[in-house]
Structure formats: C-alpha cells, structure tokens
Design a protein around this ligand. Sequence first.
Ligand code: SF4
Length: 350
Amino acid sequence: MRDRKPALSGLSLQDLQSALKDVPPYRGRQIFQWISRGVPSFQSMTDIPLSLRASLDRQYSLYSSSISAHLDDPDGTVKLQILLYDQERIESVLLSDGADRRTACLSAQAGCPMACVFCKTGTRGFSRNLTAGEIVEQFLYLRSFGGAIANIVIMGMGEPLLNLPELRKALAILTDPEGAGLSKRRITISTSGIVQGIRELADAGPDVRLAVSLTTADPELRERLMPVTKANPLSELKDALLYYQRRQGQRITLETVLLGGVNTREKDLQSLAQFTQGLEAIVNVIPWNPVEEVSFEGKPLREPFRNEIERFKGALEKLGLKVTQRFRKGRCVAGACGQLADFRGGESAG
Ligand code: SF4
C-alpha cells in the first residue's frame, strides 16, 4: 500500500487554498500551478520556500497513484498502467494523430459495471469509482510521455456518467486557467447511454462534448449487446439526448462499434437513421478491435470486413447522415477502443 498521506492532485485551487490555511493564498496558487505542470515532488517547486516544501512533504503527497508500466505502439500510441493506492490497476492511453495533435483517453472507473459484450473492460467487472485526483493524475502522467495534449476523451475504463461528481471535479481542475487550462470544447465524455446522467449533464454541466456509444439503434439487438439498454431504453435515451441538445446546443457524436456480421444489417442502418431524426448528430463508425476473451451468445466476434465498413458508411451517408470513421490506433499495445483490461500488448495491426 502506498503512502496514505492526503494527495493534493484532486483539489481545485479553492480547495487547495482552504486546505493549506496557514499558507497565503498566493502560495496556494503557486502550488496548484506546480501540480498542474506535473512536477515529481514538492522539492521541485523552486519558488516555494524550502521550509514550506518540507512541511508539505511531511503532511501531503502530490499524487495518490503511480505509473506501474507503459507500452509504446509504433503508431505513436502510449498505454499506461496506473497503480492506485489500494492496488487496483487502471489504464490510460495517449493517442497521436500523426500531426502532433495528442488526445488523452482517460478512465473514470476501475473496471466497468456495464458489461457490453464486445468490450474487454466489460469482462473484467467493476471495482470502484475513481477519485477526481486519480482522473487528473492520468492526464498528468500521459502528458509527461507526450508533451502538450490537445484533447481529452473520457472513453477509457468505466461508465463516466456513473461517476459524475468526481469527474466534474477533475474536469474543473483540468480546465482551470490557473492550471492546465484545457478547453472544455476539447473534452468529450462518452457514455453507454445512462439517461439520468445525460439529463444531469444537460442541467448542470460541465458543458463539454457528449458522445454516446450507441452500437445499434435496433432495441432488441442493443439489449443483447449492451445490457444498459434494459434500464435505459432507446426511446428514453433519445428523449434525454433531445433534452441535452436543447439545453447545451451541442452536436452529439453517436459511436457505432461495427461488429462484423452483427450490427451491419439493413435493420441497423434503418434504425440508426430513424434514431438520429431530430438530433444534431454525427455518426462515428468504429470498426471493432479484436479482443480474445469476448464472444456474443457463444460465438466469437469478428472484425468487420473492409467492404462491410464501406458499405455501411456509404448507406448511412445515402440516408442523409453525417458519418466519420475513427482511425485505428494503438492496436499493438491493446490500447484501442474496447481493449483496455489486462495490461499487455495486443495483436499486430496487420
Ligand atoms: S464499452 Fe464502455 S461502458 Fe461498455 S463495458 Fe466497455 S468500458 Fe464499460
């Protein structure tokens, strides 16, 4: 078990200044700024008096977690395994688009309770929600590997909208202009479709971008692929998305993980077109990444064929939908969508 001194990484500037009540507010601000730069120790805070650095070191830790392993993919993806104070392990991924635009993919939970059948994280089960500090720390660790990060996606392990209070705190810290100063417009929360969470996000923010892992809009198939559908039916999900759009005025991304021969049918195309009616949405097609341990009703899943992907995208466009395709990244380190769970390399990208 790591040092259990309270960690400062999960405190907003205001909370930090309140916690350090014997320290002048401007010192609190300096300490907040040092933490948001990801310094390794209090000793590195060179404009803080030595006596204060020593005192902070006795009472607090900077971070509550540590990097326990990292893997580099030849395509520029970095995958980190992070060890939490209670020995839980999570994963975070840094994706690079080749034009030096880096995206941090962060986890919101250790494991995931949603059990989507095509996702490796879903096979691992759920351990616990992450703290705000554990979410902030993932960003700081990833940045130490790749320099500036332009975008954050909350698409790693877990269902973010089941951990909204801690996620809110973490994003407030990461977007604070006194700290990392990230733009909210460059942050995306991806949900499996938690209706209540979408409504809370619509009412109380943060006003970041929203993506929904839809996979199919055929209710019967979606219930079999994504058990979340039972308690969050597609009709209620659609109402929540319309409500979100009225309140936030932002375009929504509908992610469709394409599972070869499963959700690429005519019925999936038609239901998707119907689901998007009235929504300002873009469909992001994500060819499924191979995961050994998962199967669908006793049968192995397969990647969609290239012509299957093209046919699906083309048909959606003909139906008048806006469509993008996510580039495959990180497959050599099993850091691609749906592959986070046991820390090891994946298969070669082929
Ligand atoms: S796809 Fe997302 S919500 Fe579904 S099991 Fe995997 S991590 Fe959880």
